[in-house]
Design a protein around this ligand. Structure first.
Ligand code: PLP
Length: 378
């Protein structure tokens, strides 16, 4: 097996340097991964909230392999194996009764779909979203993403978007006008460092959208698929959005995203499409993933409490298995210490340590991870 050091040179020569990385991960099982040198880690990054059922869950591996033997691809010109069944399941877990699903290949693409659907449904053009919000890096999803450093180099962007302080109801009332097609919001801002919406904020957004005829779009790309202890984080609030977008944990690492929209909101013939989206392998992986998460969902609150108790000295923000700790300038140093001691964590924005481990992480693994993180933050 090639060691990291050799691989680094190949990567530096041939791969565009858009990422900063030092390790090469070559194998995973459950909540553990191994690097090219054979070192073992408890993985509290999980592909950034992607490997929901853990690495290489046998049920997901079997579903992908079984489907690969039968049919890898066939085009959306035909009915696709597993697609309608998985769409039904997504509608059921989303709570948008009577709604319909459309699949994509990523979170950004799911948000692109939501932008198009909101424009079609309302006949309006503009969007509103929030400071520190993240919705993707394709041009449309980037237009509703706040972080100036990643957005501004690509301006001018469409759609036009007004950014409001996350939680500022009065500013939101002023920003949503007669030409607003939709409001993009995360229930917990993940890339920002696990920052929750203030209590009652979703209810306020719902009311403002209804008054102005705009759609409420909940971006559950990071918070969805059981991450916070419910299927979707909005389900902790008292209101339902018009559109929910999801990706990351939906198929345990097989590239996939989806949007689900309430009854009456749908793409008609030729209004949207994709060569790969909702393909047989992705849908098979997604169906197996949901079956596994159904079993482990009830255990998430207890695991969350274990993290909360273990990290209590550092005022963690714990929402199921989505955990943020404000560390500040030393964040990268702390993450490096954790890696050296067998635990992978990452730094989201503004010095916030983020933990989004596989939902299958065990109590013993939580205790080990917490011990190392506490040492790193001492
Ligand atoms: C909330 C949110 N929306 C959208 C995205 C974009 O997803 P993807 O990287 O799959 O395009 C991300 C990715 O981190 C995210 O956290």
């Amino acid at each position: 097996m090639e060691l990291t050091q050799d691989y680094r040179a190949l990567d530096a020569r041939y791969y565009m340097p858009a990422f900063s990385r030092t390790m090469k991960i070559v194998r995973g099982k459950g909540a553990r991964v191994w690097d090219a040198e054979g070192r073992e880690y408890i993985d509290c990054v999980a592909g950034i909230a992607v490997c929901s059922t853990g690495h290489c869950h046998p049920a997901v591996v079997k579903a992908i392999c079984d489907q690969a033997h039968d049919l890898i691809h066939c085009s959306n010109l035909y009915y696709v194996p597993h697609q309608a069944e998985f769409a039904e399941k997504i509608v059921e877990i989303s709570g948008l009764d009577g709604g319909k699903t459309f699949f994509s290949n990523s979170g950004a693409e799911a948000n692109e779909g939501a932008i198009k659907l909101a424009r079609l449904a309302t006949g309006k053009k503009k969007f509103v979203s929030f400071t520190h919000g993240f919705h993707g890096r394709t041009l449309g999803s980037l237009a509703v993403t706040h972080k100036p450093a990643i957005r501004e180099p690509f301006e001018p962007l469409e759609p036009k978007c007004t950014f409001i302080d996350y939680g500022d109801v009065e500013a939101l009332k002023r920003a949503v006008d007669e030409d607003t097609a939709g409001v993009f919001v995360e229930a917990i801002q993940g890339e920002a460092g696990v920052l929750p919406a203030p209590r009652g904020f979703f209810e306020e957004i719902r009311e403002i959208c209804e008054k102005k005829g705009a759609l409420m779009i909940a971006d559950e790309v990071q918070t969805g698929m059981g991450r916070t202890g419910r299927w979707f984080a909005y389900q902790h609030t008292g209101v339902a959005p018009d559109i929910i977008t999801m990706a990351k944990g939906i198929a345990s690492g097989f590239p996939m995203g989806a949007l689900v929209a309430r009854e009456g909101l749908e793409f008609k013939k030729s209004e949207h499409g994709s060569t790969f989206a909702g393909g047989p392998l992705a849908c098979a992986a997604g169906r197996a993933t949901v079956r596994v998460i159904e079993e482990i969902l009830p255990s998430i609150p207890t695991k969350a409490e274990r993290f909360a108790a273990g990290l209590a000295a550092h005022n963690p923000r714990v929402f199921g298995l989505m955990i943020g700790v404000t560390v500040g300038e030393r964040c990268a140093e702390a993450a490096a210490y954790c890696a050296e001691h067998g635990v992978l964590v990452n730094c989201a924005a503004d010095g916030n340590l983020r933990l989004v481990p596989p939902l299958v992480i065990t109590d013993e693994e939580i205790d080990t991870a917490v011990g190392v993180i506490n040492e790193a933050l001492r």
